[in-house]
Design a protein around this ligand. Structure first.
Ligand SMILES: NC(=O)c1ccc[n+]([C@@H]2O[C@H](COP(=O)([O-])OP(=O)(O)OC[C@H]3O[C@@H](n4cnc5c(N)ncnc54)[C@H](O)[C@@H]3O)[C@@H](O)[C@H]2O)c1
Length: 427
């Protein structure tokens, strides 16, 4: 088949490459001209090795053609971003992608939207777009095929995850199944458009609520003087309990955004989801309060270890590091953010470890990258001014940091009977 994939980001590029590797003739269309130029010259700038290798193979095979414009195709897959702006879904990229491919779509072609969207979006955008062109939607096939991969394991999960495919009509879902079945080895479940849209955001809202529960337990543990990590580990020994890990906040472009999409679907019927959002959004405040409590009165410089929103990815979208950085700056601290994987970050990223550590009074472990877990405490101790560490991920080997002279406070391990939780009430 000839397939155009619109949007070559974290999701679109590996999907396009996977389709090319399965023998399809794929146009990879993106509005980012620099990205297209890089891909056209064989350069893939993604940190995830598996995706890089897959994309490079697809480009070398000659079956993946990077392009700044879409081309007529049998099928179109849309993988453009769907962020929120001030807690409202921003669907402009989806609208723009539909608008750019619609004039090329012929009767009998298939359009598949992979982007995560609020319920009802796929049909509403398609109807608007094709009506404006005087076209009959019944003449084309339309499906929503949400992507559910985990960054860091994208290639594996593209192959093995089960897929949910919603069709405008059963025939549309069947046609989309035929495309994905050329590479997907997990089960493919067919349903209608709105159910598929809802399933995707329900999955991430479920995780957001579960993490909020863990974060609330961490906040309680700070004041109760218990160890939340041990508590969760023991509670999870129960066969029907599975609590996720607490942390400095929930970032990335999926979990917080999708939970918001679901809450927006009916604000009066989503009290729990909105409360979970609030709990997760104030975790940077708790971390900041702990830092202020631990820091000596004359402390000036705080170093955040990790800018990415989660371990071993270079993605900083909605990262809690940025919120913690601004809060600490608001209290007058000089803040440096070190991350060995990240090159794009809106705050004060210092790529050189020694420069970041120089004169530091408190370190905050924000992202548990392998490279950060493996930092040698003795090496770090020799470069900082004061030896204090706040570990928001329970990732540091405390004995090693203590042996290097550090006072360590792990989030949710209330050794100090922290006053930080009381201060949080004022946030
Ligand atoms: N990243 C993830 O882990 C993940 C997982 C599951 C689902 N999703 C969903 O998949 C979708 C894509 O996410 P992503 O992380 O790949 O985004 P991304 O920002 O990494 O990539 C999106 C790409 O689309 C391009 N683009 C924007 N508007 C366009 C247009 N009108 N036409 C063509 N290209 C356009 C951008 O230039 C960019 O390269 C989102 O809806 C996201 O919620 C992402």
């Amino acid at each position: 088949m000839k397939i155009t994939v619109a949007g070559l980001g974290y999701i679109g590029l590996p999907t396009a490459a996977m389709l090319a590797e399965s023998g399809h003739d794929v146009v990879g269309y993106d509005i980012n001209k620099k990205l297209i130029a890089n891909l056209a010259s064989g350069r893939v700038e993604l940190a995830e090795h598996g995706v890089r290798d897959l994309a490079q193979r697809a480009l070398e095979s000659g079956r993946l053609h990077p392009s700044p414009m879409p081309f007529p195709s049998d099928a179109f897959i849309i993988c453009v971003p769907t962020p929120t702006i001030e807690h409202r879904p921003d669907l402009r990229a989806v609208e723009a992608a539909f608008a750019s491919i619609a004039p090329l779509v012929q009767d009998g072609n298939l359009i598949m939207l992979e982007s995560t969207v609020p319920p009802g979006t796929t049909l509403a955008v398609a109807e608007r777009t094709f009506r404006a062109l005087g076209r009959d939607l019944d003449a084309i096939h339309l499906a929503h095929c949400p992507e559910r991969v985990l960054p860091g394991k994208i290639v594996d999960e593209l192959l093995w995850n089960d897929r949910i495919i919603g069709g405008r009509r059963p025939i549309d879902a069947e046609m989309a199944r035929a495309v994905y079945a050329t590479f997907a080895r997990g089960d493919i479940h067919l349903t209608d458009l709105v159910t598929a849209e809802t399933v995707k955001i329900v999955e991430n809202a479920y995780r957001d609520v579960n993490i909020a529960f863990a974060n609330e337990l961490a906040t309680l543990a700070e004041s109760l003087g218990i160890d939340v990590w041990k508590t969760i580990q023991l509670a999870n020994c129960h066969p029907r309990v599975d609590i996720l890990a607490p942390g400095p906040g929930v970032g990335g472009n999926c979990i917080p955004v999708d939970a918001q999409f679901l809450a927006d679907a009916n604000p009066f019927a989503s009290e729990l989801i909105r409360a979970a959002r609030r709990v997760n959004e104030r975790m940077p405040n708790l971390v900041t309060n702990i830092v202020r409590e631990l820091a000596p009165a004359d402390a000036r410089k705080i170093v955040l270890l990790g800018a990415a929103y989660k371990a071993d990815v270079e993605d900083t979208r909605a990262t809690p590091a940025r919120a913690i950085e601004s809060l600490l700056q608001g209290f007058g601290y000089d803040v440096a953010v070190y991350d060995p994987l990240v090159t794009e970050y809106p705050g004060n990223l210092v790529s050189d470890l020694d420069a970041a550590l120089h004169d530091a009074d408190v370190l905050v472990l924000v992202t548990d990258h392998a490279a950060i877990r493996q930092l040698d405490p003795q090496y770090v101790a020799a470069r900082v001014r004061r030896r204090f560490l706040v570990d928001a991920r329970n990732a540091a080997v405390i004995e090693d940091w203590n042996a290097a002279g550090f006072v360590v406070h792990v989030l949710g391990r209330g050794r100090f009977q922290s006053a930080a939780t009381e201060a949080l009430a004022a946030c």
